[in-house]
Design a protein around this ligand. Structure first.
Ligand code: ZN
Ligand code: ZN
Ligand code: ZN
Length: 205
């Protein structure tokens, strides 16, 4: 079971069957040289937060509400992040439709999260407040995958619904967590030989 493993000891093979595309320490975009084309119906406003390890939407006027915070600072951070981009549910003719149409961002905390429920928001007892737009996220749950540069290893939290970077699980912070470990609770899928975490692959510019 996932709970039995310290995040620092999780191997790449265990995580996602060898498809992890990125180093566990380098989240910058330097290794991804080719630029993705700008297309209508997409947004490149998503960033990784090095405090909570979640994906968040930074292009909506403020830096939201990070589940890791001090009383004077509840911002998500974007230092060290690559530029992540997603297409939305209104593809132009000829635009790709890879992945699941499932990702929203919260108008309150700015976390990117999986629709289908409101999850748990660090700043709203009623859960996340859904954005109008829904974005596609490429995932091994719904192949095939595009040829755009991507970063594997992202996972869905079963409790708060956030999209977070699984190799940093032990440094993650879930607004729904209780007890001594504040980590997200990664969603996993059962396979013939056991289980593995879901692997979502946001696109990197
Ligand atoms: Zn954060
Ligand atoms: Zn929220
Ligand atoms: Zn969570």
């Amino acid at each position: 079971m996932p709970h039995d493993h310290d995040a620092g000891r999780l191997s790449r093979r265990r995580l996602i069957g060898g498809t992890l595309a990125a180093s566990t320490t380098a989240l910058g975009a330097a290794a991804f040289a080719s630029a993705a084309p700008a297309v209508a119906g997409s947004s490149a406003g998503f960033r990784w937060c090095n405090r909570c390890q979640g994906m968040w939407f930074r292009s909506s006027g403020d830096s939201g509400h990070c589940p890791v915070h001090h009383w004077w600072d509840h911002s998500h951070y974007e230092e060290g992040s690559g530029t992540y981009w997603f297409t939305d549910g209104t593809p132009q003719p000829g635009q790709d439709r890879f992945g699941m149409l499932a990702l929203k961002w919260c108008l309150t905390c700015k976390a990117a999260y999986f629709s289908g429920g409101r999850g748990v928001c660090p700043n709203n007892e009623n859960g996340h407040t859904p954005s109008a737009r829904t974005f596609r996220i490429e995932t091994d749950l719904q192949p095939p995958l595009s040829n755009f540069p991507k970063q594997g290893g992202w996972c869905r939290c079963r409790r708060c619904r956030a999209l977070f970077y699984l190799p940093h699980l032990g440094r993650s912070h879930c607004p729904a967590a209780t007890g001594p470990t504040p980590w997200h609770d990664g969603a996993y899928v059962r396979t013939g030989s056991g289980w593995r975490y879901e692997n979502h692959l946001p696109r990197l510019k």
